[in-house]
Ligand binder design. Structure first.
Ligand SMILES: *Cc1c(COP(=O)(O)O)cnc(C)c1O
Length: 451
């Protein structure tokens, strides 16, 4: 049996193995790579996760995708190295839990994907002897997670662009205190400017000789590792075979697609709740069957979810038999009735987000930041329309409250404790370049750096 193949959601490019799908990022037809067929785990295999540590579950899930392209021993070592931090599951009331995915090196759930993706990239590049420059634009969490994950990976250079005025000091420190193969460039402009500069670089014929790749969330290598924590959570809170409810705060829909992948592989999920902030294109689509992206995207307090057109929707639509292209145009309608049975979504305003942070703190002594609060409120929105029954629920908290001290202080009157790793980074000297939102200057910079 050959390795598992990945095909493009636009169906116009040849299917490729995981290595090629990851190194290419986006398929040549501009679609997103997705498994041609999902590997399945038998109920006994999933039941056996109950007694296994996280890195071992990660190995058993991910090896189904890497078989034939990464040897098992290499993958097992990557899992052990990548997942050496705790994943708290806090019980609130009844069988409702909060899973904190904020204990990685940069205190957001993006570490789960970035840590694994960087190691897989490193492995593939060693194998082919290639050198690669990873170019990424960030509004905060992604840049930090990617910079940390790729720091000191041989064969890779990382260049991160961020909008100087739109990133908090603590978010900036997580990117600018590294050096070696990681360069950060502060742009005097907006996130949109950074993203536009990166896009132009990818399409620039004068840069053709520089092998560029991206680490953004359309890369299948960032999506697959995000299926593991759903298996992990269920193994800790559910009886074998018992379905779980998950609530996942959603922006670009990569995190919730991790749950969809887990379900396709055999994990019983009763309902997948994917609430959004005021960028409500998805809940509207689910309700009306009419998709209209939000442009420009709306600014909300859960700023990592300010996405007007979630690119991973193309993958969700594909799972339900439809086809959506990269612009959001639907060529074939998915089975919406089935999607509604499996998935619930609502839009949570900033006012409801802040109310939720206060309410959860006062009632349960549990501190959520804005992204986790959107998940909690979306879960309550679902409870108002469907009976939960006696099954467990897991609400995902995707960032550490200490990343947003001003917002928390404003909402509940005190600022959160800062974890030791974050505190250490706050003390380190910064080193970054700075330029205007000028593409020609950026091209010159890339050419000089490459020489
Ligand atoms: C990126 C991010 C999200 C949204 O995840 P998607 O995969 O884009 O839906 C939610 N919370 C935090 C803290 C994030 O950084």
């Amino acid at each position: 049996m050959g390795p598992l193949l990945f095909r493009s959601t636009n169906l116009q490019s040849p299917a490729v193995n995981l290595r090629d799908a990851m190194l290419t990022g986006q398929a040549p037809d501009r679609g997103l790579y997705f498994p041609e067929k999902f590997p399945c785990l038998a109920p006994e295999e999933i039941a056996a996760f109950t007694n296994l540590p996280y890195h071992e579950i990660a190995f058993r899930v991910l090896s189904r995708f890497t078989a034939g392209v990464v040897p098992d021993e290499a993958l097992a070592a990557m899992c052990r190295e990548a997942y050496n931090f705790v994943i708290p599951l806090e019980k609130t009331y009844d069988r409702i839990h909060v899973m904190r995915l904020d204990q990685g090196p940069t205190a957001s759930f993006k570490d789960f994907a970035a840590q694994m993706m960087a190691r897989l990239f490193g492995y593939f590049l060693r194998e082919t002897g290639q050198q690669l420059t990873i170019l990424t634009a960030t509004s905060g969490d992604t840049g930090a997670a990617v910079a940390h994950a790729f720091h000191n990976i041989p064969g890779v250079r990382v260049i991160v662009l961020f909008p100087f005025d739109e990133v908090s000091r603590s978010q900036r420190k997580m990117m600018t205190t590294l050096s070696d193969n990681v360069r950060t460039v502060a742009i005097d402009g907006k996130f949109d400017d950074c993203q536009a500069m990166v896009k132009r670089a990818f399409a620039d014929p004068e840069l053709k000789h520089i092998p560029l790749s991206s680490a953004n969330s359309i890369n299948i290598g960032r999506l697959l590792p995000q299926s593991v924590y759903y298996f992990y959570a269920a193994s800790r809170v559910a009886q074998p075979g018992e379905p779980t409810v998950f609530a996942v705060p959603s922006g670009n829909f990569g995190d919730m697609m991790g749950a969809v992948v887990a379900k396709q592989m055999g994990l019983p999920i009763k309902k997948l709740i994917a609430p959004v902030n005021s960028n409500d294109a998805f809940p509207k689509f689910l309700e009306t069957a009419h998709y209209e992206k939000i442009s420009p995207s709306r600014n909300a307090v859960s700023n990592a979810m300010n996405v007007g057109h979630p690119s991973n929707l193309a993958r969700l639509v594909a799972v339900y038999g439809g086809r959506m292209d990269e612009t959001g145009k639907i060529h074939q309608m998915p089975d919406l009735a089935a999607m509604r049975r499996d998935v619930f979504s609502s839009s949570v305003s900033d006012e409801r987000t802040r109310e939720t942070i206060r309410e959860v703190w006062n009632k349960y002594g549990l501190l959520l930041e804005a992204h986790g609060a959107v998940a909690w409120r979306g879960f309550l929105d679902w409870l108002a329309v469907e009976p939960m029954g006696d099954v467990p629920a897991v609400i995902l908290e995707t960032a550490n409250p200490a990343k947003f001290p001003e917002e928390i202080e404003k909402t509940i009157g005190f600022s959160p404790d800062v974890p030791a790793t974050m505190e250490a980074m706050n003390q380190m000297p910064e080193d970054f370049d700075r330029m205007g939102a000028n593409y020609d200057a950026f091209r010159k910079y890339l050419l000089e750096k490459h020489a």
